[in-house]
Design a protein. Structure first.
Length: 205
């Protein structure tokens, strides 16, 4: 009896982001149930076969993978009209060829948590700890969904003396409009919902 190939077709389309250097490639399958950002080939070699493959392309500057999409930030000397279609085909073919493999290691989340513990060094008072919990809730509920639509992410880093420090990831990292988003949008929201917050600043990760 002839075997019928029932593998689902992989569809891929692109979405613009507020960052002209970043483009979002959206798939019809989940690529990774989490958030993974890689700034260079070295940082992903043990954690993501997809990111490692993408860094083999000369125009890729950074890779961000979450849920059903990949955001590529390109090097400035390349133009999207020249590389968008080849990049799209590369990602689609890679997903098909590695359909049975983890595109990002499931152990990556634990690795990321360990790194965050090592680098945070935060020791909050009971009052500040309550504020931090609320800040994280606001980011998760109100900020992340909107930012993810643009192919990026925001992560809490620290809180001290009324100043909230966050990491901007994916298309949001280095985006010309991210400062406006941070100050007019996120900072305004935080101040309204938490009067103890005086300022929100972004830091490179």
């Amino acid at each position: 009896m002839e075997t019928v190939n029932t593998k689902p077709a992989i569809l891929l389309y692109t979405e613009q982001t507020p960052n002209p250097e970043s483009l979002k490639f959206v798939s019809n399958r989940i690529l990774y149930k989490g958030i993974a950002e890689f700034k260079d080939a070295e940082s992903c070699k043990d954690w993501s076969i997809l990111a490692s493959a993408l860094f083999g392309l000369e125009y890729v500057k950074s890779v961000y993978i979450s849920n059903n999409f990949v955001t590529i930030t390109k090097k400035t000397e390349s133009e999207w009209h020249e590389i968008m279609i080849p990049a799209k085909e590369f990602i689609r073919n890679f997903i098909i060829e590695h359909a049975e493999e983890e595109l990002v290691s499931l152990a990556y989340e634990e690795h990321k948590r360990n790194v965050e513990k090592e680098t945070s060094g935060a020791d909050y008072s009971d009052e500040d700890q309550n504020i931090v919990v609320r800040i994280k809730e606001i980011i998760e509920q109100y900020v992340k969904p909107a930012v993810e639509m643009d192919g990026g992410n925001i992560e809490f880093k620290s809180y001290q003396d009324g100043v909230v420090t966050v990491y901007m990831q994916g298309s949001c990292s280095g985006c010309p409009s991210s400062t406006v988003t941070l100050k007019a949008g996120i900072e305004g929201l935080m101040k309204r919902m938490l009067p103890s917050v005086k300022e929100v600043v972004a830091e490179a990760q």
